[in-house]
Design a protein around this ligand. Structure first.
Ligand SMILES: Cc1cc2nc3c(=O)[nH]c(=O)nc-3n(C[C@H](O)[C@H](O)[C@H](O)COP(=O)(O)OP(=O)(O)OC[C@H]3O[C@@H](n4cnc5c(N)ncnc54)[C@H](O)[C@@H]3O)c2cc1C
Length: 474
């Protein structure tokens, strides 16, 4: 393991490339009202939910078809101008920032379900459909798509960031759930990767290469993902603990015993307080696990009893059950809104979100040492975690105009990543690298692996126009 470097503190390096008026004219003539240069539209497309900033792109193309994406990329390529794919704009690490200028290609209007293959448990969609839109569209099939980042992200954005969420402990991440892609390459060519078959040994696994590539290798225009039968029985419960340590040990033992729990989320007492205020709930303001069990009625009962026994060994209070679908939705909505609840708790603040993930056996050490560190720093924070995967997020709530707070928060993040890497973990379990974690990627993988990524990027995007300046510097 290499020690994390100060590169992790970098604010975006901005090297604007020329966007000739001739390109904007060509885009406007090809796309008409689908191309906007309005300041507000450009600004909305030049930022994400993270705390970094850069000048906005010069124009936004609202693509409505694969051909639109291909034509926009071809025009940009002709003028050597960067293109940044835009899904729902919920990424957190500076993914969408136009750090080298360029144009944004917004695919949110490409939001149709193209085909549901219920018998094969797959669906093919356009990239702009959001996870909630997809689940609404297939609700009559008895199937569902489980991956649920807190935001209502697009399937294209989720594939591009290799996202996961609360259900990953049972259903996996986008890595396991994307089967096939249609992709517009840097030259504007349309290619296909993967098939709807459950497995394949056909050549390089380009689907896996593109999933998690953050818009730097191609723009996805069709995506085939796995679906799952809606579970026969679903139960959700909350359980409060005397300490974070007790909650974490309950999770570790649950996972080590192989209980197929569907969701197990840690929320610390600060965050419970923020969630109560935001979602008008009255949860006990103590460290809490929010859990969900899926299966047959007997299976769910058995899983819940096992976890309840483990929790009581560690001083957990009796489970409080959310038995109706409405109660469950209310609880999970509150969990998914924890980020916004936290940001509202300090008016004007921005959250610097961490995303480390460690092997489950190291979760308690990593988490508890990090809690001590942030408590000692005095920076306000929230803590939530998909702890069944060993993944947790601190959100340091900083005043964006206070350079000292930003430096201290970045320092905490730096120390946290160093700890996670030393324990065999990763700097990012699910949010991706973007700009913010570029230094950490080098620390995690070493120069050899980053050089291999650079070689792939050069081969597939020789003009470096696809979301340049992200993941690693060229
Ligand atoms: C409150 C909150 C909670 C969150 N919780 C989670 C969580 O639990 N788990 C998690 O994984 N993430 C989480 N996130 C982060 C975010 O939701 C994910 O990163 C999500 O996958 C981004 O999807 P998007 O559609 O918003 O993509 P965008 O932000 O629009 O884009 C993200 C990246 O993908 C690229 N991209 C977008 N569409 C395409 C395409 N069609 N082809 C190629 N590249 C494309 C963009 O260029 C960019 O680099 C959370 C964010 C917020 C604000």
């Amino acid at each position: 393991m290499n020690a994390p470097t100060a590169a992790a503190h970098l604010l975006p390096a901005i090297h604007l490339r020329d966007v000739p008026p001739a390109l904007i004219d060509a885009l406007q003539s090809r796309f008409g009202t689908q191309c906007s240069t309005a300041q507000a539209v450009r600004e909305q497309h030049g930022r994400d939910e993270g705390s970094l900033q850069a000048p906005p792109p010069s124009a936004v193309v609202f693509a409505e078809s694969t051909q639109d994406v291909a034509d926009a990329v071809k025009l940009a390529s002709q003028y050597d101008v960067p293109v940044i794919a835009y899904g729902a704009g919920s990424s957190l690490e500076g993914h969408l920032l136009a750090v080298q200028g360029g144009i944004s290609i917004d695919v949110s209007r490409m939001n149709r379900v193209l085909s549901v293959n219920a018998e094969d448990l797959t669906v093919t969609v356009q990239p702009g459909i959001t996870r909630k839109q997809l689940n609404d569209a297939i609700k009559d099939t008895g199937l569902f798509f489980p991956i649920d980042p807190g935001a209502d992200a697009s399937i294209g954005g989720m594939s591009a960031t290799r996202a996961s969420g609360t259900n990953a402990v049972r259903y996996g991440t986008m890595r396991e759930n994307v089967l096939a892609l249609q992709v517009v390459t840097a030259s504007g060519e349309v290619i296909h990767t993967g098939t709807r078959a459950k497995k394949s040994s056909a050549g390089y696994d380009l689907t896996r290469l593109l999933v998690g590539s953050e818009g730097t290798l191609g723009i996805m225009t069709e995506i085939t993902v796995r679906l799952y039968p809606l579970p026969e029985a679903v139960s959700a419960a909350i359980c409060s603990f005397p300490s974070i340590e007790a909650a974490v040990h309950t999770v570790i033992q649950t996972i080590q015993l192989g209980v197929p729990i569907a969701r197990v989320e840690l929320i610390d007492h600060h965050t419970v307080r923020m969630v109560n205020a935001h979602s008008k709930l009255t949860l006990r303001e103590e460290p809490m696990l929010l859990m969900e069990f899926h299966g047959s009625p007997a299976g769910v009962k058995e899983q819940a009893e096992t976890v309840q026994d483990i929790a009581s060994e560690f001083g957990g209070q009796a489970f409080e059950w959310a038995s109706t679908p409405e109660e469950r939705t209310r609880l999970w909505t509150a969990r998914h809104n924890a980020y916004f609840a936290a940001v509202q708790s300090r008016p004007g603040c921005r959250a610097i979100s961490t995303d480390t993930c460690v092997p489950i056996s190291r979760l308690a050490d990593c988490l508890l040492e990090s809690v001590d560190e942030v408590e000692a720093s005095g920076i306000p924070y929230f803590l939530v975690g998909h702890v069944g995967d060993g993944n947790f997020h601190f959100g340091y709530l900083i005043d964006p105009d206070n350079a000292d707070e930003r430096t201290r928060a970045e320092q905490l993040n730096h120390q946290l990543v160093a700890r996670a890497l030393s324990m065999g973990g990763t700097c990012t379990g699910e949010h991706g690298v973007g700009i913010h974690k570029m230094g950490f990627l080098l620390d995690e993988t070493g120069a050899g692996a980053v050089n291999m990524m650079r070689a792939i990027k050069r081969a597939l995007d020789p003009k470096n126009i696809l979301n340049p300046g992200k993941i690693f510097a060229m």
